[in-house]
Write a protein that binds this ligand. Structure first.
Ligand code: ADP
Ligand code: ADP
Length: 226
């Protein structure tokens, strides 16, 4: 069975000028460990779909489930990351990464160890005692990625996570993400409006139409990874 299944998802926002259909009858299945990207023009409902998967936004109609469990609220086995990440400026890199574990009351010793492994994994070895203001944009997204992984989510929902970075840093981060994905076996759903990027990164590309967002089709990418 698929890890995530969406059936006939529809999202209608109420707006001052009347109802706005953001998603119209979207159905899909995502297997564990897949790297999926969600591509389509601005306003086609990519962020809306991702927010529904993350339990941040209610759907108007349809079903969506992880391992058969309804996704109607945020859960710790699903993590989200956005274009800009809010880090606590008065906390060090290490403290920022450890925050989810502290909030969730996870074992402190285990988390301390895990934090060091994660800092290693995202290439922040030696930066644990720095403050966010001392870091570049790319490095701040590395911190966010480590923090995202800290509570052990199975699914990473990423909404243009490197979209605010310059071209070179974005490409570096995309390669880092692929490396981490291969190493950890996470399931990734990655939103981008860049078709080149989606083909470069993913196993399958979900192509969405302009508003109202429908799934026009999926592209199976059969290219060797870098
Ligand atoms: P994308 O991520 O593909 O750019 P979004 O999911 O952000 O698309 O938006 C899809 C449509 O829904 C857009 O027309 C947007 O203006 C509208 N929309 C998004 N969020 C809201 C909201 N909270 N209230 C009303 N309309 C919204
Ligand atoms: P397009 O011409 O469609 O805009 P690009 O060739 O600019 O596509 O690539 C878009 C994105 O795809 C890049 O910003 C990068 O994130 C990713 N990408 C493409 N090729 C590479 C590569 N060789 N190494 C790393 N990332 C790449």
């Amino acid at each position: 069975d698929a890890l995530i299944e969406g059936n006939h998802l529809t999202k209608v926002y109420g707006t001052a000028t009347g109802p706005l259909v953001a998603l119209a009858d979207v159905s899909f299945a995502i297997e564990e460990g897949e790297f999926i990207s969600l591509v389509g023009p601005s306003g086609c409902g990519k962020s809306t779909l991702l927010s529904i998967l993350g339990g941040l936004e209610e759907r108007s109609e349809g079903d969506v489930a992880l391992d058969g469990e309804d996704l109607d609220r945020p859960r710790t086995d699903i993590g989200m990351m956005f274009q800009t990440s809010v880090l606590f400026p008065w906390r060090t890199v290490r403290q920022n990464v450890r925050l989810p574990g502290i909030v969730l009351g996870l074992d402190a010793k285990e988390q301390a160890q895990k934090c060091e492994e994660l800092l290693d994994l995202v290439g922040l070895n030696g930066f644990g005692d720095r403050y966010p203001s001392e870091l570049s944009g790319g490095m701040r997204q590395r911190v966010a990625l480590a923090r995202l992984l800290a509570h052990g989510p199975r699914v990473l929902l990423m909404d243009e996570p490197f979209g605010a970075l310059d071209e070179f840093t974005r490409e570096t981060m995309n390669l880092e993400l692929l490396r981490i994905w291969e190493k950890t076996g996470k399931t990734v759903v990655f939103v981008t409006h860049n078709i080149g990027e989606s083909v470069f990164l993913s196993d399958r590309v979900f192509v969405m139409t302009p508003r109202p967002g429908r799934l026009a089709g999926t592209i199976d990418v059969d290219l060797p990874r870098p």
